[in-house]
Design a protein around this ligand. Structure first.
Ligand SMILES: [Zn+2]
Length: 134
């Protein structure tokens, strides 16, 4: 379950910073590598900070595992991916910022983007990964 951040309510209670931990199912449609799928839910551990203009910064990590066939030798393999995610939400978004309405931040688009950025372009088994780094 992806929680929503009720900025209005948090500001009213002067809770300007906090942490969120949750997990959700990754969208298989985001994976562009043949014969590879998520082998775990995506775990998110995020911190938020709300500023005076209601701009809210979010940062933290997402962690998930992929399993499937090595992109080079087709051996079965699994890899744990850890990614530092960050985003800025604003009621009046500019540039790279995410927008939000009615004082409520919906994290889904941000999480979808973060998973997309975190995904490797290929999955390599240990032997091929070692081969590759030489
Ligand atoms: Zn391989």
């Amino acid at each position: 379950m992806v929680p929503r951040i009720d900025v209005r309510n948090l500001v009213a209670r002067k809770n300007y910073t906090g942490e969120l931990e949750f997990s959700f199912d990754g969208d298989e449609a985001l994976i562009d590598i043949p014969f590879v799928e998520f082998s775990s839910p995506v775990k998110a551990a995020l911190k938020y900070e709300i500023f005076a203009d209601d701009k809210t910064e979010i940062e933290g990590t997402i962690v998930f595992s992929l399993k499937g066939l090595c992109s080079r030798c087709l051996a079965e393999t699994e890899e744990k991916i850890e990614y530092g995610a960050e985003g800025v939400f604003s009621p009046l978004p500019k540039d790279e910022e995410y927008g939000y309405r009615n004082g409520i931040i919906d994290l889904r688009e941000f999480l979808r983007d973060s998973v997309l950025f975190a995904l490797p372009s290929r999955l390599l088994c240990r032997a091929c990964a070692e081969d590759d780094s030489e």
